[in-house]
Design a protein around this ligand. Structure first.
Ligand code: ARG
Length: 585
């Protein structure tokens, strides 16, 4: 394990050295290095510096260049325009740094030196309810962030804050008590689909009765009280709903090729024991006040349409606890017991106000302090092709499972069409990997905050910014490596590189910085876009540079080396996004 400094950081350092040697009065000015189309890099920092020092930027730039000691990384440095530096690194430096990356399991990606503990709240469906596309987003983005953060050395604790508590359970439990066989299974093994359809049927029947029958309504309300009082029989029936729902959740997560663990499921009910104390602490400290019987927290800047302040209600006037009390208790648990330094919530942007109020309340109560960061990684809405929130023709919420199945079907058709030597089993397996990958990638490749259109045609397209395109790029490289026979990938820094080799190489070299940026900004779309560029640069390289038919044996080896490192980087990057890269497609 050795982290490898990127060429960008080496160049940056050389320039900074040149700067302070040439202009000691400039202190530790930033040369502002960027990747550039004109050369490999461009440094713009001297312009601002010249202004500050009231000097001529071109002269200063020339002075800096003169002060950089001879070295084997920088090829050419040219002063251009009003005082930019255009910098080209040597071919040898590119190949040498890539060889160092290739020698490392982690591709030279450094660990974050200030890593801490992040508790990430994601994949939080609701008991006895169908999962929908919103739950998909939280699961997909959350799972990617788990992998990315862990890869940078962060300790990650996963929490699935499922909706498993609330007044609606009175109605469900009462109904099941009165119709005790409604959740019985025909066979010992029940599938997730069956479990969900039982729950759904029961939910609808209970709702109907609740709306039509006053006496049932009364019994259901009494049941809520029993549930909150911890009556053992009532709790046992409640548990049946939770267990049945988990069968369904796990079947969906499995279809999503996602590793969700039972011990990380700590739903709203998991904080029941803390709720009274949370309220007491808030009231005693004056953070919350009683208002019309309810326990409320007020904010100067949060007002409703009528101009009156909108409070966060921690306890309702009937004594019931809501969503806020649970989330505040969860914060106490995560900070005090789990020792979180960061709380990350992957939750729909439409809950932004809730989290703003919850975080602010926790800060006032001292449960969050300067040492703990709380962030909502808010995501936008999934839209249909018509640009409206995704619904069926009948206006109902689309079942997540139906969407996933359709994605897998479409992907299997694509795989079958391109398959040359795949068996039926392999087509089915690849179809699932490609279909699920397509759904995840579409979700991850636009910035989370934005809405996106769920368009399966586009998602499984072989051209464009799709996971299929990336998966084919990976499989194509594997096929080249298989065909190489005795020729083995090997780095040859003595060879001159073609422009497309340089472009590919410099991009490969930037992987570590990109991962760090993705982790720090909670922005998986940056990784997706990096990988897409990588595949595109590879495609150009491959069309311009023959690999197995290159001129010399050394060149064959060096190009195979570039192929292999590209494949490993694609594989690693896709894995961080939760997407498989089949060896053959
Ligand atoms: N179960 C909620 C929903 O379906 C999401 C829970 C988000 N997490 C939280 N700590 N409030 O919308």
């Amino acid at each position: 394990m050795a982290s490898v400094p990127s060429l960008a950081s080496t160049v940056q350092q050389r320039l900074a050295e040149g700067l302070s040697a040439a202009l000691p009065e400039a202190g530790s000015a930033d040369p502002l290095l960027r990747r550039s189309d004109r050369a490999d890099f461009q440094a713009n920092g001297i312009l601002a510096l010249a202004k500050q020092l009231k000097g001529n930027p071109r002269e200063l730039a020339a002075k800096v260049v003169g002060a950089i000691p001879a070295n084997d990384v920088l090829g050419e440095i040219e002063v251009s325009g009003p005082g930019f530096l255009n910098i080209t690194v040597t071919d040898a430096a590119i190949v040498r740094t890539l060889a160092a990356r290739a020698a490392d399991d982690r591709l030279g990606v450094p660990f974050n030196e200030s890593a801490g503990t992040t508790v990430i709240d994601y994949a939080q469906p609701n008991v006895a309810k169908e999962m929908h596309v919103g739950h998909l987003r939280s699961a997909v983005i959350g799972a990617a962030m788990v992998e990315i953060l862990e890869f940078t050395g962060e300790k990650v604790v996963r929490r699935h804050h499922i909706g498993d508590w609330g007044t609606q359970f009175g109605m469900l439990i009462q109904y099941l008590e009165e119709h005790p066989h409604e959740l019985d299974h025909k066979d010992a093994e029940v599938t997730g689909e069956e479990a969900m359809s039982n729950l759904d049927r029961l939910y609808k029947a209970a709702r109907r009765l609740f709306d039509a029958d006053e006496e049932f309504k009364t019994r259901a309300r009494r049941r809520v009280v029993d549930l909150q009082a911890g009556d053992p029989g009532t709790l046992a029936t409640w548990q049946r709903f939770v267990d049945e729902s988990k069968i369904y959740f796990f079947s969906v997560f499995e279809k999503l090729d996602m590793d969700i663990r039972d011990e990380d499921i700590v739903g709203e009910s998991g904080y029941n024991d803390m709720l009274n104390e949370t309220c007491r602490l808030l009231e005693e400290s004056g953070v919350a006040v009683r208002s019309e019987g309810a326990l409320c927290v007020f904010f100067d800047d949060i007002k409703g349409p009528d101009g009156n302040p909108t409070p966060l209600i921690v306890q309702k006037s009937d004594g019931g606890f809501g969503y806020a009390a649970t989330d505040l208790s969860a914060i106490r648990d995560r900070v005090q017991n789990l020792k979180a330094s960061t709380l990350l919530y992957v939750v729909d942007a439409r809950q932004a106000l809730h989290f703003r109020m919850v975080f602010e309340t926790a800060r006032r109560a001292g449960w969050l302090n300067e040492d703990v960061k709380a962030v909502q990684l808010a995501f936008g809405t999934v839209l249909g092709k018509d640009g409206k929130p995704f619904k069926t023709r009948e206006g109902e919420t689309v079942r997540l499972v139906d969407l996933l199945d359709e994605a897998i079907d479409r992907a299997s058709a694509v795989v079958r069409e391109k398959a040359q030597d795949l068996t039926e089993d392999e087509i089915a397996e690849r179809g699932a990997q490609v279909g699920i990958g397509a759904v995840k990638y579409a979700d991850l490749s636009t910035s989370a905050a934005r809405d996106y259109k769920f368009d399966l045609d586009q998602m499984v397209s072989l051209n464009g910014d799709t996971s299929v395109y990336l998966q084919y790029a990976y499989a194509r490289i594997q096929s080249i490596l298989r065909k190489a026979g005795d020729a083995k990938p090997a780095a040859h820094p003595e060879l001159a590189l073609a422009p497309s080799e340089r472009a590919l190489g410099l991009h490969l070299d930037a992987f570590g910085e990109l991962v760090a940026e993705t982790a720090a900004e909670y922005a998986p779309h940056k990784l997706a876009s990096y990988l897409y560029q990588l595949a595109s640069l590879y495609t150009t390289f491959y069309s311009e540079c023959p690999v197995l038919k290159a001129d010399t044996a050394e060149q064959v080896e060096n190009r195979l080396f570039l192929c292999e490192l590209t494949a490993r980087t694609l594989h690693r990057g896709m894995a961080l996004l939760g997407i498989r890269t089949p060896e053959r497609l």
